[in-house]
Design a protein around this ligand. Structure first.
Ligand SMILES: NC(=O)c1ccc[n+]([C@@H]2O[C@H](COP(=O)([O-])OP(=O)(O)OC[C@H]3O[C@@H](n4cnc5c(N)ncnc54)[C@H](O)[C@@H]3O)[C@@H](O)[C@H]2O)c1
Length: 268
């Protein structure tokens, strides 16, 4: 390990269990010398798994629902107290669609659910950035990373209204990236990750099929949660200081593929 995050302070959203991408990010950030607080929705705390991670990473947990501004204000205030200064990096690893959970067909969405999808999975990034900005809680050259998926650009029918949420998420990263960059040189990016076996991922209908499809289509195969964590670490580090307002594909090459011979049957 190179300790490339030595001395950096962070906030990591979204570690639910050992499969979570955020879990791997926390483990890697700890190995690389960062100190951070862990946070998740109070309801997710009930599983109790996050306590194991907190112990392993010597981190405190501050519950916060990412759709509740008071929770986020409290989170940034307490995190700075606990860590002893301003924050250098934030991981937004949050996604949930009630329409997907309840298997609503795309042409028969429930709009209350749709609002919830957008609030939890996308507007929450704006809320996080706004809370940080108002408190001036991030150090100059700080780095905020949110996780996205290629359904923001291409159609994956079973991804349902999460596609709209990811399009909004990526747009917020660009827009707030401008404002925060101008004001404080804070960087804001999204990583568009391969299908990954997690609670959120495997909740999408037909996940196994499109996991295998993407794995075969990509010359490098699918990127794992650990691969994704390593990429996040580089974006939190000082080696990527001039990268901002980007949607960065982390998918083994999937997003650039047209056809892959191993996917097609030869014509007789
Ligand atoms: N798994 C995949 O295939 C895949 C692919 C690309 C992108 N992503 C994205 O990666 C991110 C992390 O998901 P994951 O795959 O690790 O699954 P996960 O289920 O482990 O993580 C999702 C997290 O969102 C949290 N969350 C839900 N509602 C919340 C709220 N109101 N406030 C705070 N937290 C809330 C959950 O508690 C959970 O910890 C999501 O944005 C997801 O869309 C996942």
């Amino acid at each position: 390990m190179t300790q490339i995050l030595k001395g950096k302070r962070g906030i990591i959203f979204g570690a639910l269990d050992e499969q979570s991408i955020a879990w791997k990010v926390a483990e890697r950030a700890y190995e690389e010398g960062a100190s951070f607080v862990l946070t998740n929705a109070p309801i997710a705390m009930r599983m109790g798994e996050i306590n194991k991670l907190a112990e392993k990473c010597n981190a405190q947990i501050i519950p916060a629902d990412a759709t509740v501004d008071d929770d986020l204000n409290n989170l940034f205030t307490k995190a700075q107290e606990i860590l002893g200064g301003k924050i250098d990096f934030v991981l937004h690893s949050i996604g949930m669609s009630p329409n997907v959970r309840k298997a609503r067909p795309y042409a028969d969405l429930n709009y209350d659910f749709f609002h919830k999808t957008l609030d939890v999975s996308a507007m929450s990034l704006h809320r996080v950035l706004q809370a940080a900005h108002k408190q001036d809680a991030l150090n100059e050259w700080g780095s905020v990373v949110a996780l996205s998926y290629i359904a923001a650009q291409r159609t994956f029918p079973d991804y349902s209204d999460m596609a709209e949420a990811k399009a909004l998420l990526e747009s917020i990263a660009r827009s707030f990236g401008y404002h925060y960059g101008k004001a404080k040189k804070v960087r804001v990016n999204t990583i568009s990750q391969s299908p990954t076996w997690t609670t959120a991922g495997s909740g999408v209908p037909g996940f196994k099929e499109f996991f295998n499809y993407a794995d075969t289509m990509s010359p490098l195969g699918n990127a794992s949660a650990l691969d994704c964590a390593n990429y996040c670490i580089t974006l939190f580090s000082d080696f990527t200081r001039m990268v901002t307002m980007q949607n960065l594909f982390h998918d083994g090459g999937f997003s650039s593929m047209g056809i892959n011979a191993s996917m097609v049957k030869p014509v007789e």
